[in-house]
Design a protein. Sequence first.
Length: 274
Amino acid sequence: MHSAALLQKVDELPRLPKAIAELLDIVNNEDSTVKAVSEKLSHDPVLSARVLRLANSARFGCSREVGTIDDAVVRLGMQTLRTLVIASAVVGAVPKVEGFDLADFWGNTFEVAIICQELAKRLGTLPEEAFTCGILHSIGELLIVNGDPAVAATISAAVAEGADRNLMEKEMLGYDNAEIGALLAQNWKFTPALVKGIQFQNHPKSAEPYSKLAGMLAMAKQIAADWDKIPDDERTSWLAQINILAGIKVDLGGLAEKLAKMHGQGMEMGKQLA
């Protein structure tokens, strides 16, 4: 991962604000109480507003609107709150990019993240870590756009003509978005397993030892990209094929039906937070 070109970018990577880093430490600590999370979250009005907005969205909301962080915690529960805080923190920590459709970017990112979360449940791995990995998986693309808009535009134009994005990034930059995203996750002190999942998302079988998170990302990305292209009666067999290609063994029982119900929820979450 550490090519010369990539190492030169280390000092340019965004840093997590101290308050966000402390909040992430709290929500990632299994021994943290709901009260401790609520109190810490209440000190960040922007982050609090994002969590409240999402708690009141169609995905999580009900007839009564919540207006306080304490109410949001009660409605969402600790597990869901943890994923929302992580997602909100990441969204807030990355600089906005002029002329870049952040709502669409985060919508697609969240779509992958919630699919990863579902796959993790079927693999017996941590859903929260899979969700976080999904949230961070394409952050490198945003960093490339932010750091060199002209090169990013050239790459996107080539991709629109059929070029492979990762190959174009390596050719023009010396690294691809998965590598820079993994480096960011490492700098932000996420787990080595999560960093590895991001790094190997485009070729999970190359990871030594094999990374389940990379496999889940590979499968989730294909589901998010191609779901609408697959006829309803062919989706289960299609899922079996991409499951094998990703190198994981997901329980496929009822998965197609579950994904059909979830479809589009990630886009809504992204728009609420962008």
